[in-house]
Design a protein around this ligand. Structure first.
Ligand code: PMP
Length: 311
């Protein structure tokens, strides 16, 4: 997901030129990973751009911050308005949005109490995270890099430093020619991808794992579970073993960046017939309509940047 620079970034309370949104090399967050972030998307709708589940993403942002004693010096209403301002100022339609809050430069002690907090929101036009992934599916490998334990770093808080685990896993997978890594947890059960939650489809039912598996509680994951129930597809939240994964009829990833991305192979073994399966396609299609405001019953999930036109 490369980025094309836009005009401005929201930086500590105001929109500044893209090139001016700089931080000091002694920022605490840079040295120790002491920051939290979100990944959100804005989609074009007939009523103008809308952010998918902005409220839920921002709630997770504050919840992640609380784990690390990081006080975000702006209210959620202010960050909601800031996100809208950013989208309007940069005339974004289909965009990835990245709020971040981190401890800035003041000390190199590991504790953070002296550090000011910097908050920024950047956004840029974007397409697929894995090129061709949503259409053709991705090829994954079970990573030798294990997911950290919740007792060390809560995986459900989206903190900067934890992504060294993800980066190591996905880099290793890509060195071996795969698109993405599946990380197992310390019990040897499936946790998640480096930046995605995992779903198994078996016998028509949809299964995904839970917090105790060491996953980020994805906003897309929760949305897919709700959409699946509305489509009368049986859903189950339960641990996923390697065998469950390899024996699946269909497998797919969910996430803001990957949206719904089919998995067509695990370590060279085809899943199903090696092509995106019908249930994955149905959920993907519905999700794609939901985020673009084409399903009236889910418009409540969209934060419209312009007021919707009502007649
Ligand atoms: N797991 C990890 C490790 C992630 O980084 C992400 C992306 N935020 C997800 C799962 C999916 O979460 P969401 O649907 O909220 O984007």
């Amino acid at each position: 997901m490369g980025f094309t620079p836009t005009d401005t970034i929201w930086f500590n309370g105001q929109l500044v030129p893209w090139a001016d949104a700089q931080v000091h090399v002694l920022a605490h967050g840079l040295h120790y990973g002491t920051g939290v972030f979100e990944g959100m998307r804005c989609y074009p709708t007939v009523d103008g751009p809308a952010v998918f589940r902005l409220d839920v993403h921002l709630e997770r942002f504050y919840a992640s911050a609380a784990i690390y004693d990081l006080e975000i010096p702006y209210t959620q209403d202010r960050l909601t308005a800031a996100t809208h301002e950013l989208i309007r100022a940069n005339r974004l339609e289909s965009a990835y949005l990245r709020p971040i809050a981190f401890f800035d430069a003041a000390t190199l002690s590991v504790w953070t109490r002296e550090c000011p907090v910097t908050v920024a929101i950047a956004g840029f036009p974007t397409g697929a995270y894995h090129a061709g992934g949503p259409d053709h599916g991705v090829r994954v490998t079970i990573s030798p890099v294990r997911k950290f334990d919740n007792s060390a770093i809560p995986a459900w808080a989206k903190a900067c430093g934890q992504y060294i685990n993800s980066a190591r896993a996905v880099n290793e997978a890509q060195r071996r020619g795969f698109d993405e890594a599946i990380l197992l947890n310390s019990q040897g059960l499936v946790a998640e991808g480096s930046g995605e939650n995992l779903f198994v489809v078996k016998g028509g039912a949809i299964v995904t794992n839970d917090k105790d598996a060491g996953i980020l509680m994805g906003v897309t994951r929760a949305s897919i579970l709700e959409i699946a129930r509305d489509l009368d597809l049986p859903t189950r939240v339960a641990p996923i073993s390697i065998e469950d994964m390899l024996g699946a009829d269909e497998l797919f990833f969910s996430g803001t960046a990957v949206e719904v991305t089919p998995i067509r192979e695990v370590d060279g073994r085809a899943i199903g017939d090696g092509k995106p399966g019908p249930i994955t396609r149905r959920l993907q299609q519905t999700f794609n309509e939901v985020v673009r405001g084409q399903r009236a019953e889910y418009r409540k999930w969209l934060s419209f940047v312009r007021q919707p036109v009502t007649s």
